[in-house]
Design a protein around this ligand. Structure first.
Ligand SMILES: NC(=O)c1ccc[n+]([C@@H]2O[C@H](COP(=O)([O-])OP(=O)(O)OC[C@H]3O[C@@H](n4cnc5c(N)ncnc54)[C@H](OP(=O)(O)O)[C@@H]3O)[C@@H](O)[C@H]2O)c1
Length: 179
């Protein structure tokens, strides 16, 4: 990361997109290493990228885009450890936005629902195209909810957080549960 940051000193846009989803529960997990791995990539990886590129972004008044997930705002039992790692990354994104505001660096958090990529191959629900994500970034607010599902969850959380939490607590993914 340090080498990359030193190589591209004129960077104006940092998109932290890398992420993993081990499809594991946070507590009743068969694979305890998943919790740590997801935190390493989704939280510490994103944080380390932000730290490495912050000097260049400040110098260039750049933009940071952290790819999060709507699961940063709700607890989905079958992916509990992913939810925790994305929630940590969401809060870090908020803190980074506050820290860098005086340096005129914009910090966006993108919270999509399911996107049609390799990561979501077992998830037969709403899917978005990647172009929709970039379209939302063009004119959106700092916290960008992408797709109808993510937007309805955001609205639902504002209206009745308890009801949305209970709704997500009831979700199960058959293919995951069978593993
Ligand atoms: N797919 C969805 O439904 C969905 C929904 C909400 C949010 N997201 C988020 O969108 C982002 C992109 O996910 P995706 O759907 O495109 O998943 P994907 O198809 O599995 O791609 C994940 C990407 O992350 C990279 N990556 C993983 N671990 C890494 C590491 N330790 N160091 C560097 N790169 C690493 C992978 O690189 P390699 O190929 O080299 O391993 C790959 O390019 C993630 O942050 C994900 O959480 C996805």
């Amino acid at each position: 990361m340090a080498q990359a940051a030193a190589t591209v000193g004129d960077v104006t846009l940092l998109i932290n997109n890398a992420g993993i989803n081990r499809l594991e529960r946070a507590i009743l997990s068969r694979d305890a290493t998943a919790v740590r791995a997801e935190m390493e990539v989704n939280y510490f990886g994103t944080l380390s990228m932000c730290r490495a590129f912050t000097p260049a972004l400040i110098a260039n008044r750049g933009v940071v885009v952290n790819m999060l997930s709507i699961l940063a705002r709700v607890g989905l039992p079958m992916m509990g450890s992913l939810c925790a790692s994305k929630a940590a990354a969401l809060h870090m994104t908020e803190c980074l936005r506050a820290e860098l505001a005086e340096h005129h660096v914009r910090v966006l958090g993108v919270l999509p629902g399911a996107i049609n990529t390799d990561m979501s191959r077992d998830f037969p629900r709403l899917k978005l195209s990647v172009t929709e994500v970039f379209a939302a970034l063009a004119n959106g607010p700092d916290e960008v909810y992408v797709g109808a599902m993510a937007q309805s969850v955001s609205v639902g959380l504002a209206a009745d957080r308890d009801a949305v939490q209970k709704q997500f607590a009831g979700y199960l993914l058959t293919s995951t549960e069978k593993r």
